[in-house]
Design a protein around this ligand. Sequence first.
Ligand code: PRP
Length: 206
Amino acid sequence: MLTILNNPLVQRDVALLRDTRTTPDRFRAAMQRIGTALAVHAASNLAVRTTRINTPLEETDGYELAQDIVLLPVLRAGVALVEPFSSMIPEAKIAYIGLARDEETLATREYYYNVPKLGENSLVFILDPMLATGGSICATVERLQSVGARAIVIVSVIAAPEGVKRVETAFPSIPIITAALDRCLNEHGFIMPGLGDAGDRYHGTV
Ligand code: PRP
């Protein structure tokens, strides 16, 4: 179930991310704005519980999140979405998974995993700006399901049709939210037109 954010502000910022003239500071700022829009959309179906609160004038309904939210960035590029998501969902715990993609075989290798115990009420947002072959996302979902994760939402910024198809085929009930669906993968597994290596551009390590 793929959702593409068709919002003019997001489209403008995706173009900024793609543009080779965009410096790391402007890249981070655009990623922050896109991440905020993604967070708002990703949170639109969160369960809430009502409470009672007092305004200075009278008692009225208040609301609290009724789910335990876990943000799971896929290192390194997923770090780019932590700040916007944690700003919008300050209740969330922040977990990490480190995956390296072999540039020859495109296979994923896990080098770090630190996720808190997940309960029945947990909802994990997997954060990775790039969904290319889908190998990293599939490995992350499998890892989460092996420790009992039930509710998962995948958040991407730029996705390739090939990767979306792979993830949707493997996990048809898991929602995917992205800011852009690109044309295809090239022979090296890079998204076209894409934006290059999101981790490098965000961290200024190009
Ligand atoms: C990139 C990107 C995703 C992954 C997507 O990470 O940030 O995590 O590749 O590719 P896939 O869908 O084919 O798995 P990379 O391995 O370049 O690591 P980095 O984020 O540390 O730069």
